[in-house]
Design a protein around this ligand. Structure first.
Ligand SMILES: [Zn+2]
Length: 438
């Protein structure tokens, strides 16, 4: 009776008694066990090679199921996102207005009380973790503990696993908001194509508003503005513009504040970043190092990301509205300054002659503040900043923002819709609603 081992399958360790005994019976050799069938005519046992073959590869499959699922998860996620992209109302109701709303509020409630910018620490820890992992692999290769092929396989699989895991967490915890209903439908704006004449009229209006809002802060029109708010006051005042905004548009409700200034903000300036929303902790992390004129609108911009406005143009627009409805004049100035810069920038590309004529109307004080801001950022121009811009561009393009970093500029279309609606006039009564509730 043949009960010997079959060399190519000696690695099979599992017992198949339960499955094969009722059909064939088994023979054991050590901890090996193969199904067999007695050929009574020849008086010998036959092994069922098909069974052994299937069993062998099934075992390999089961052993590597984690790796296989990881490799498949990335294309699967991309496919699912493609399906979701065509259903903005579904995303608006079931994700942004439900899942994301409660998830983000919970995260802000949990981490908002901590003064530490947890997101920033986690971000740097993740980068450090990836570097340590790569270092470990390189070390093993240098010590010849793994071959070249194994090194390449481990690196490729690890990289795919990291990207896939990050992609899943990012999209489930925030990224789906890129596919929500456009804000012009939520706040009812007419954003059809505008003419250069309209753009010129809106630029003139924004220059007027910016000059006026600065003159409410200081009578000094020839020196950079001595900012009336400390960094802490800017952070504390930021939600106040959102309250009257939410009374008008419930989708713009902001609650559970979690906005923090980052450690070593100069590092963010080297990357050309004024703020980052970190969806894994629900925190808005702000770079407080730049001149203060833009800080209120930057804080309100990151808060707009927190309440699910993922697109940069939409976050800019929500920030503008929150600044204008804020009872704090320093916020109004910051919002006007941001809207004016984007609008004048667009005017420059559409009609540079009109642009140069318009900027003559800027007050000397506003020019001073713009120059201080420009000089600050010029001081951080470096290859890392350029690389940071390229990465941000790719990131936005991979998230349904076809224009990449240029999508920030599309706030002009939204501002034009607002200008057509109300001439950028915000009744004092809207702000008093909030003041009377304080
Ligand atoms: Zn942003």
């Amino acid at each position: 009776m043949d009960s010997g081992l079959i060399p190519e399958f000696t690695q099979i360790k599992n017992h198949c008694d339960i499955h094969c005994r009722p059909i064939y019976g088994t023979v054991s050799s050590g901890n090996l066990c193969f199904p067999r069938k007695l050929n009574r005519r020849l008086g010998v046992y036959h092994y069922n090679y098909l069974y052994i073959f299937v069993n062998h590869y099934l075992e390999i499959l089961l052993k590597n199921i984690g790796k296989i699922l990881t490799l498949l998860s990335l294309p699967l996620q991309v496919l699912l996102l493609r399906m979701v992209a065509d259903r903005p109302l579904w995303v608006e109701h079931f994700y942004t207005g439900a899942v994301y709303k409660y998830l983000s509020q919970g995260l802000r409630f949990a981490f908002g009380g901590l003064s530490l910018p947890l997101g920033q620490l986690l971000f740097y820890s993740l980068i450090a973790g990836v570097l340590v992992w790569i270092g470990g692999l390189v070390k093993m290769r240098l010590k010849k503990k793994i071959g070249r092929k194994q090194f390449a396989l481990d690196f490729a699989f690890g990289a795919i696993a990291i990207v896939s895991g990050f992609y899943f967490l990012f999209n489930s915890m925030w990224g789906l908001n890129y596919y929500r209903q456009p804000i012009q439908e939520i706040v009812k704006l007419d954003t059809k194509v505008f003419s250069t004449t309209e753009l010129e009229a809106m630029s003139a209006r924004l220059i007027e508003l910016t000059n006026q809002s600065r003159s409410r802060l200081t009578p000094d029109n020839y020196n950079p503005l001595l900012y009336p708010l400390s960094h802490e006051q800017i952070l504390a005042q930021a939600p106040e513009g959102y309250r009257p905004l939410a009374q008008k548009y419930p989708a713009l409700l902001y609650s559970q504040q979690s906005v923090k200034s980052v450690f070593v903000p100069e590092l963010m300036s080297y990357f050309g970043l004024a703020g980052i929303y970190f969806p894994f902790t629900g925190e808005a992390n702000i770079n407080m190092d730049p001149p203060p004129y833009m800080l209120p609108e930057t804080v309100c911009h990151e808060m707009a990301h927190q309440i699910g406005f993922a697109s940069e143009d939409e976050a800019n627009f929500v920030s503008y509205l929150a600044c204008e409805l804020s009872p704090e004049p320093a916020f109004q100035y910051s919002g006007n300054l941001m809207a004016m810069r984007y609008t004048l920038n667009r005017l420059y590309w559409e009609d540079s002659t009109t642009y140069y004529r318009q900027i003559q109307n800027l007050s000397p004080g506003v020019k001073c503040d713009l120059e201080v801001t420009r000089n600050y950022w010029n001081g951080f121009e470096n290859p890392i900043e350029v690389a940071g811009r390229v990465i941000n561009d790719l990131f936005l393009k991979s998230n349904n923002q076809t224009e990449g970093v240029r999508s920030y500029n599309r706030v002009v279309e939204l501002l034009m819709g607002e200008y057509r609606k109300n001439g950028l006039v915000y009744e004092q009564s809207q702000k008093q609603v909030f003041v009377s509730q304080k």
